[in-house]
Design a protein around this ligand. Sequence first.
Ligand SMILES: *Cc1c(COP(=O)(O)O)cnc(C)c1O
Length: 370
Amino acid sequence: MEVPIFTPVRQYINLKDEIDTAVQKVLNKGNFILGDEVKEFENSIAQYLGVKHAIGVASGTDALQIALMAIDLKPGDEVITTPFTFVATAETIVLLGGKPVYVDIDERTYNINPELIEEKITEKTKAIIPVHLYGQPAEMDKILDIARRYNLYVIEDSAQALGAEYKSRKVCTFGDIACISFFPTKNLGAFGDAGMIVTNNDDLAEKVKMIRVHGSKVRYNHEILGVNSRLDTLQASILLVKLRYLDSWNERRIEIAKKYNEALKDIDEIVIPYSEPYNKHIYHQYTIRMKRRDELAKFLKEKGIQTAVHYPIPLHLQKVFSYLGYKQGDLPISEQCSREVLSLPMFPELRDDEIDYVVKSIKEFLKDKG
Ligand SMILES: *Cc1c(COP(=O)(O)O)cnc(C)c1O
């Protein structure tokens, strides 16, 4: 049996009529740049999250960059974040001349360890970017408390966690700004690149809206430095259809995670995902840990099961950031997790027989090679 780690095709087949109609409508109108559907989708996301402003941009990466531009990140400013994330979280800091300062993670949740943040704060620190990794909210109370005491901005990287909740409140509503990605593999995926910035701060919202259109409010009148980064109208029309299903898809992810957990929880060699009791973890990824990770991945591949490592090299050890001077051993939990994590097939349309096959194959590996 072939089991993909993710496929967008089943979702499209299920929603084909609705999506085709929505796309056709945009094609007929020809309102490709910031059309009505973009506004409508922005309003829908604002309403879904309960925030004042939602501003569509071209990708999650652009959302991060524009958020950092909106808080006026200047060359030399430091931003505290996790090394156990996708590169975009830190690359955008450097693009603006800032310096990422990495803080190790909690080995149970894989999110930034708030106990280690304070010792990294200097007079140059401008912001903290927590990432809600794999769909599990970061420890927001502690992070916000530190940010308040040191007067720092908090930018939530919510690329993997749309719909996740921390203490019964949705992520994206805690920081000064939150960044969402609609990359096709994400819980709410477009048919290409797309992203969104959300905030309750009127001034930041105003700036973000200007930055995404070359720093202008009035056409050809440029007040601040901007970029070209708009959420595409075609993508917005597709996302509008899909948003109606997001909660049910997240529930199915939780159900799949429960099935995996139930089947794998008694295996000593495997660490199943831990979710804080007050978190609603929405399992963007279902990620286990195991010393023999590479062997298991190879075995599953031979069985037709796709897996992935999120992420094989923590950012502080990436070549692109070597000038920052981090060494092997500096952030030991992130380094260990990079060697041991393995993400199993996870998407709402994954069938029960496929889950059973994945579990059966893992057990076969443990029996054969135990
Ligand atoms: C996907 C992702 C991004 C970037 O989003 P894109 O839409 O691909 O640019 C940023 N941060 C994290 C944690 C992500 O998973």
